[in-house]
Write a protein that binds this ligand. Structure first.
Ligand SMILES: [Zn+2]
Length: 139
């Protein structure tokens, strides 16, 4: 079985498409490599990265045991508004200028790790600063 990708217009085996229950044929309209490229490009824009950070926060509290009693106490719209008041844009520009080096990627830090994700308890720092902060805490 083959299917035409609506993005790159190539006909590829169905194994090149991700499953998607909402579709008639249960497959995504874009092939895997087009989807991957799209997310990668999107991730490297300030709004795309912000969305990814918001999703990651929800993912973390759902899946990680240590986050079990934590909650996210704001909507995505509130989060995006809040980002404008932080150094997010500057950090993003530095990250982009570095060629998207992982340790310069902007990330959300809870100022007090024992408290939930509230806008008052959060700041935007780089992944590098975030992990060195954790190391200091552990020792
Ligand atoms: Zn494609």
């Amino acid at each position: 079985m083959e299917k035409k990708c609506t993005k790159c217009k190539q006909v590829k085996p169905v194994s090149c498409f991700n499953k998607w229950k909402a579709a008639k044929d249960n497959l995504r309209r874009w092939c895997k490599s087009c989807s991957r490229q799209y997310w990668q490009d999107n991730y490297r824009t300030p709004p795309g990265k912000a969305q990814a950070m918001y999703r990651a926060m929800h993912g973390r509290i759902k899946h990680k045991f240590s986050y079990k009693s934590r909650t996210v106490e704001f909507t995505k719209a509130e989060f995006l508004e809040w980002l404008k008041t932080t150094q997010y844009k500057d950090l993003f520009d530095q990250w982009a200028a570095s060629g998207y080096e992982q340790k310069l990627s902007p990330s959300i830090d809870r100022i007090d790790n024992d408290r939930s994700y509230t806008l008052e308890n959060m700041q935007i720092i780089t992944v590098g600063d975030n992990s060195s902060k954790t190391r200091v805490r552990l020792t």
